[in-house]
Ligand binder design. Structure first.
Ligand code: ARG
Ligand code: ZN
Length: 872
């Protein structure tokens, strides 16, 4: 039952205005709707009115006040069809829904007693009968009726226009949203909430009230989100000329939420993990994550809400653009090179894996069964990389003019990816037709590069060959337009050389364009032999292979003018050493550490530490997941052993240097999530990690001390993790117990308590997971708990991939249970099993067996789609 992009038809009927009244009750909420509907002129008078509706109990139905009888319509599990309707009319309906038993967390549901909604993508159809598609945009008036005691706060989109008391201890608030919107942006929240309020004056001088609504005990955890919101509002005005357009902007924190957050017009709903922070409960990474997500949702007000998507195939139109916007915001607010390094290392690990697996899909898919399965790294992160390439291709000034044109031309409309790219083409005069292939071709392009220096003619010839591997449904690929930012670093001078191509001087850092399968670029007047620095700042989302020698990588590590590529040279150098060690482990040969890596680390540790944030990234080895991505067949044990060997070898030789870094970066300053402090903590804690890899006695004592000092969660969590992941159970067991008791009341800290335990390398983890699942702090109905315990366990490579298959079976058990409770989360959780092709035969068959077992269940369309692809 897939839906195809090519089947798109404009809606036969439009809703111009939507009036809703909710009479809240946990088991029987009544929803009355009055929709003003008009037939699309292009459509014949005979067209029936088709409305989506799922899990709704129909109470009554009328057109212009005249009740309909069963002969007038047809009702099934997916909705309602009314055979004949006038050209313009009002449809009145009443339905009953049950928020308290809604464990899927789509539509209207209860979370910690509070009512809230999640409508994107297709949740609104679980609230009322409606044309649930983003190209139907209406103004909304919403009245919420609740219990004065249990739901003193009643929120919806827009501005409150009326409120009052009703009989029986009930009350109501009426809300009006003047901006036409698709129903996926509808939101309602009701409960016993408390607010923190602030104000923002927009660039045109309007006063906007900002509110963050939370449970009472979380009132002290909103400061950072509020500050982030204000910074985002300024940034979007200054960078994109976008101003907020209502008098009120609200954020609500809820505990049960499938994703990070949702950009409902004027009423953003957040997973509490994506908004609440406190130095004592949240790590630096959590602070930065909150800042990015607050910005992301706020930026959607323009890229998503004012201009939205015509259909769900265009999802990346709003998500790719908005992720690009939030990435740039975070880069401007913190350390730009570090932000880029972190984004790219995550991207190359997780998105590349998705692109290489059975669920690979283009940024604009051409069909899907279940759209919630497409809120992916490809749509979001690869989409953002493609927008970034566009921005670099046309240049920021043109990009900004294109963006202005896009927001102006399509304001209040539901549009396509072509509409967006066309604005950029017009603003710049660039031909972007070949570039459009990025949107329709799945898979990660690979570039094989090699270069030759010709001493006689002072020429450097760089040959680039591109190839995109086949992906499901796309056996053949066309060449892409790939912008490659590069430099040639002179081996004598250590400086970037001037690039001259076909007689044209391009400067010392330039972009070359690969459009064909293969092309040789001949640089002339190259006075000395260079080492090429390619794909600077990760200028395209591709894999680039160049046969660098270790000496060349060590050279780039110190001389490349591009910070990102200096880091990348270090990663490549470490990868070469790791490859040797993985092979040695597999062949049972003694492991020998590559001294070039040790010397590179020594230079980093003892050199000038001007940029601590970048330095801590340089000292971080590629993750096991990233290393695995580079292997044709993943050997989890060899990867783990090789990486540990490198860490221990470095720690043994550079013990004093690591200790010096640790000492130099301790501070008694009160906690602040500033880039400087974050970099300092990160550097200090990385040093501690290395020292703990050899269980240095002094480091063990420092970990204990750091946990006990309890300065902030970053330090506590890091040190506690190091203890728990070491073999010192005598120390870690009591520390874990104390931590768990201290924070039993705080679900977000308990999530961390789960994760710390189930990510340790020791072989007792599976039993621990089973034990922890029985603890009162765990609930399978809470997505954060599932991610913190089960999701984290599935990332524990040595334990999840146990040879007895028990890790796979445990995951499958949880997927089967969640398939009934929360299909969206179930379909996400199954992902690690779908990557079976990457493992040895024994593990392959164990993983497949679990997929087969899942497939025998009565499956939700979500899990069905993923499992079906994985076994195809
Ligand atoms: N638009 C939201 C965001 O990117 C995510 C919505 C996710 N919805 C879903 N059903 N998974 O911020
Ligand atoms: Zn988004």
């Amino acid at each position: 039952q897939p839906v195809y992009l090519s089947d798109y038809q404009p809606p036969a009927y439009r809703v111009t205005h939507t009036e809703l009244t909710f009479d809240l009750d946990p088991a029987a909420t009544r929803v009355k709707a009055r929709l003003l509907i008009e037939r699309n002129d292009q459509i014949s008078d005979e067209a029936p009115l088709v409305l989506d509706g799922e899990q709704l109990k129909l109470i009554s139905l009328a057109i212009d006040g005249n009740a309909l009888t069963e002969a007038d319509y047809q009702l099934d599990d997916n909705g309602l069809r009314i055979h004949t309707v006038p050209a313009s009319f009002s449809l009145e309906s009443e339905v009953e829904i049950a928020p308290s038993t809604n464990t899927a967390l789509e539509g209207l549901y209860q979370s910690s007693g509070m009512y809230c909604t999640q409508c994107e993508a297709e949740g609104f159809r679980r609230i009322t009968f409606y044309p649930d598609r983003p190209d139907v945009m209406a103004t909304f008036t919403v009245t919420v009726i609740g219990d004065l005691q249990k739901e003193p706060i009643l929120l919806a989109n827009g501005n409150p226009v009326a409120s009052g008391q009703l009989e029986g201890g009930r009350h109501f608030v009426k809300w009006e949203d003047p901006h036409p919107k698709p129903c996926y942006l509808f939101a309602l929240v009701a409960g016993n909430l408390h607010k923190v309020e602030d104000h923002f004056t927009t660039m045109s001088g309007r006063d906007v009230t900002l509110q963050i609504w939370v449970e009472e005990e979380n009132l002290d955890k909103t400061e950072h989100a509020m500050a982030s919101l204000k910074r985002s509002m300024v940034w979007d005005e200054q960078t994109y000329g976008r101003e907020y357009d209502l008098d009120l902007f609200m954020i609500v924190a809820v505990n049960d939420f499938n994703m990070g957050a949702m950009e409902n017009k004027g009423l953003n709903i957040f997973n509490s993990a994506a908004v609440l922070t406190h130095p004592q409960t949240a790590t630096d990474a959590a602070f930065q994550n909150v800042e990015g997500i607050v910005a992301h949702e706020y930026f959607h007000n323009w890229s998503g809400n004012r201009v939205t998507c015509r259909d769900w195939f265009q999802l990346s139109l709003k998500e790719g653009f908005t992720v690009f916007r939030d990435q740039c915001f975070s880069a401007d607010t913190n350390s730009a090179p570090v932000k880029r390094i972190q984004d790219v290392s995550f991207f190359r690990t997780a998105q590349f894996a998705e692109d290489a697996g059975p669920t690979a899909h283009p940024i604009r898919p051409d069909h899907f069964i279940e759209i919630t399965n497409f809120y992916t790294l490809t749509i979001y992160e690869k989409g953002a990389e493609v927008v970034r390439m566009l921005c670099n291709l046309v240049g920021w000034e043109n990009f900004r003019r294109g963006s202005d044109a896009y927001f102006e031309r399509f304001d209040g409309q539901a549009v396509t990816i072509e509409d967006f790219v066309e604005c950029m083409a017009q603003a710049s005069g660039e031909d972007l037709s070949q570039f459009m292939r990025w949107y329709s071709q799945a898979g990660t392009p690979e570039i094989d590069a090699y270069g030759e220096y010709d001493y006689v003619h002072s020429e450097y010839r760089l040959t680039l060959r591109q190839r995109t591997p086949a992906t499901p449904g796309q056996p053949e690929k066309l060449p892409l337009h790939i912008p490659i930012r590069m430099g040639l670093v002179g081996t004598k001078s250590g400086q970037d050389l001037t690039l001259t191509l076909a007689g044209e001087k391009l400067g010392k850092d330039a972009v070359i364009h690969l459009r064909d399968d293969e092309h040789t670029f001949v640089f002339t007047n190259v006075a000395e032999a260079p080492v090429p620095s390619l794909l600077r700042d990760f200028s395209a989302p591709v894999k680039l292979n160049f046969p660098y020698s270790r000496e060349e990588l060590a050279f780039l590590l110190t001389h490349d003018s591009d910070g990102f590529n200096r880091w990348d040279a270090g990663q490549r150098l470490a990868m070469l050493a790791l490859d040797d060690l993985i092979a040695a482990h597999r062949n049972g040969v003694e492991k020998v550490m590559d001294s070039r890596v040790t010397e590179a680390f020594r230079a980093l540790l003892t050199g000038s530490t001007a940029n601590k944030a970048v330095l801590s990234e340089m000292l971080t080895l590629p993750s096991e997941a990233y290393i695995a991505e580079q292997q044709p067949i993943v050997d989890v044990d060899a990867i783990h052993a090789a990486r540990e060997f490198v860490r221990q070898s470095l720690a043994l030789v550079l013990r004093a240097e690591f200790m010096a870094i640790f000492e130099a970066n301790r501070t008694d300053e009160p906690y602040a999530p500033t880039p400087e402090q974050i970099a300092q903590r990160s550097l200090k804690n990385i040093a501690l990690s290395y020292l703990m890899s050899i269980e240095d006695e002094k480091a063990v004592a420092l970990c204990e001390e750091q946990v006990a000092a309890d300065h902030n969660m970053t330090d506590v969590r890091h040190a506690l993790t190091l203890l728990v992941h070491s073999d010192r159970d005598d120390l870690s067991a009591p520390a874990l117990k104390a931590f768990g008791e201290k924070w039993a009341h705080d679900p977000l800290v308990m999530d961390q308590w789960f994760t710390i335990q189930v990510t340790r390398p020791q072989p007792d983890v599976l039993e621990r997971v089973q034990f922890l699942m029985q603890q009162p702090a765990f609930s399978i109905k809470n997505p954060n708990k599932v991610r913190a315990l089960i999701g984290a366990f599935a990332q524990n490579r040595v334990n999840f991939h146990r040879l007895d298959g028990k890790g796979y079976a445990l995951l499958a058990d949880v997927v089967i249970e969640l398939n009934r409770l929360n299909p969206e989360i179930a379909a996400r959780l199954v992902t690690p099993l779908t990557r079976w092709q990457r493992f040895d035969e024994n593990r392959q068959s164990l993983m497949r067996a679990q997929l087969e077992r899942i497939k025998k269940e009565p499956l939700s369309s979500n899990v069905y789609e993923v499992v079906e692809k994985a076994l195809a």
